[in-house]
Design a protein around this ligand. Structure first.
Ligand code: NAP
Ligand code: HSE
Length: 429
């Protein structure tokens, strides 16, 4: 049986999931691939750390022990961060190794460079674990759905924010209270900025839309807005409108280009994504031949993410066996234009507090009419001190039109406050 040696860069949450799956399921994995796949060595920062690890796996704090070892066939990068991970992957590929990475931060910023190095060296660079942990969405887009023209892809691809919004919805709690508790319980990181500000989801969306639309999309192309302004009152109004609020990662291929955006959005309760709660992830994909599909599962964690990494290792083992490594590039042959945020088309929810007196409603209607925007529904609640709280819901319009209406609102003397403006996902399914 052919021997395939793995060099692991990083032995934390993901790296230890990989070693444990390779050990636990070794019989099936080896039988399915016809190869004896073993982790030979793992790179760590701190050799003195106590680890629950098989004695067969050698540890090192010198990367050359892996990158320069001719017996290592596949390097798995599970360290995270941009550098030194980027340099290590490039060196591994230049040294003739195949690479698996879980690193969305790196791929969303430097994907093109890394794929070019892989192609130049005729080596595989696989990255299933970089998006949505255990959900096999990258394999689905690159293989199973490749007969289709993908028109839209909408994901809940950040577990932390989905947990927070689900808890606010279920228990009517405040954003800050839920965030604090989820940090104490370890669901949110001590510094949750990249999760709650939408950057983590934006990186994942850059990777997915690059594959779905055969167009290079980087993190800088993705519009992103986080969930910190969503209040329990917005969630209650959404419920009255028969919607839930989710942090959505949206990619759409339209006649005038592609839209790539991450933001909180009202989503009708009958949308398949509306029932995806807690730390779970899901990606809803629409293809011209297959129609609607949805992929659901755990978006993070040692074993779910390890499952994605090991499936990439297995695919490379099969490619080595069939002498077809280096054939699976991420081809950006379409190169569609990426739309600016002013051209995004979506519905909007606008919650305002205004003076409760005659003509105020007429003025609000006029601001939106002048911007060419039509209302889909309106809610008014009486408030104290002669003020009224009003929720305006628009039909889909361009973001530039909405900006014009909001500018008029902001200069209106009877306006007390704009509480929030949240996009509404009404089409695309
Ligand atoms: P982690 O638990 O912090 O583990 C990182 C590992 O890398 C540790 O073993 C650490 O060594 C080692 N390391 C870090 N920097 C190093 C350096 N400069 N030199 C040598 N070793 C270094 O991280 P993780 O959660 O497993 O995440 C790894 C990657 O997977 C990241 O790109 C992350 O975005 C991605 N990912 C994670 C998840 C998840 O659920 N955690 C899900 C999907 C994708 P020590 O052990 O000595 O500290
Ligand atoms: N921080 C991510 C999340 C997990 O909350 O979904 C790793 O991708």
């Amino acid at each position: 049986m052919r021997k395939i040696n793995i060099g692991l860069l990083g032995l934390g949450t993901v790296g230890s999931g990989v070693t444990s799956i390779l050990q636990k399921n070794s019989f099936d994995i080896n039988t399915r691939t016809g190869a004896d796949i073993k982790v030979k060595r793992a790179l760590v920062q701190d050799l003195a750390k106590t680890r629950d690890l098989s004695k067969d796996i050698l540890l090192s704090d010198k990367v050359s022990d892996i990158l320069d070892d001719p017996e290592i066939d596949i390097v798995v990068e599970a360290m995270g961060g941009i550098e030194p991970a980027r340099t290590y992957i490039i060196t591994a590929l230049n040294n003739g190794k195949n690479v698996v990475t879980a690193n969305k931060d790196l791929l969303a910023a430097h994907g093109q460079e890394l794929f070019e190095v892989a192609q130049k060296n005729k080596r595989d660079l696989y990255y299933e674990a970089s998006v949505a942990g255990g959900i096999p969405i990258i394999a689905a887009l690159r293989q199973s759905l490749t007969a289709n023209r993908i028109s839209s892809l909408i994901g809940i691809i950040n577990g932390t924010t989905n947990y927070i919004l689900s808890d606010m919805t279920d228990k009517g709690r405040d954003y800050n209270e839920v965030l604090r508790e989820s940090q104490e319980l370890g669901y949110a990181e001590a510094d949750p900025t990249s999760d709650i500000e939408g950057l983590d989801a934006a990186r994942k969306l850059a990777i997915l839309s690059t594959i779905a639309f055969n167009t290079r999309v980087t993190i800088d192309d993705v519009f992103s807005e986080g969930i910190s302004k969503v209040s329990k009152e917005d969630i209650k109004y959404a419920d009255e409108l028969n919607c839930v609020i989710k942090l959505l990662a949206i990619a759409k291929n339209q006649e005038d280009g592609i839209e790539v955006r991450v933001h909180p959005a009202l989503l009708p309760k009958n949308h398949p994504l509306a029932t995806v709660n807690g730390v779970y992830n899901a990606i809803y994909v629409v293809g011209d031949a297959v129609g609607e599909t949805m992929f659901y599962g755990k978006g993070a964690g040692s074993l779910p993410t390890g499952s994605a990494v090991v499936s990439d290792i297995i695919q490379i083992a099969r490619n080595l066996e069939s002498k077809s490594v280096g054939l699976s590039d991420c081809d950006s042959y379409r190169n569609y234009p990426i739309k600016s945020s002013d051209d995004f088309t979506t519905g909007y929810y606008i919650r305002v507090k205004v003076k409760d007196e005659p003509r105020v409603f007429a003025s609000l209607a006029l601001f939106f009419a002048e911007a060419g925007i039509s209302f889909a529904s309106i809610i008014q609640k009486p408030r104290s001190n002669e003020k009224a709280e009003i929720v305006l819901v628009t039909h889909p319009c361009k973001e530039s039109q909405l900006k014009q209406a909001v500018a008029s609102l902001n200069s209106y003397s009877k306006l007390d406050k704009i509480y929030n403006v949240i996009r509404m996902e009404t089409n695309g399914f």
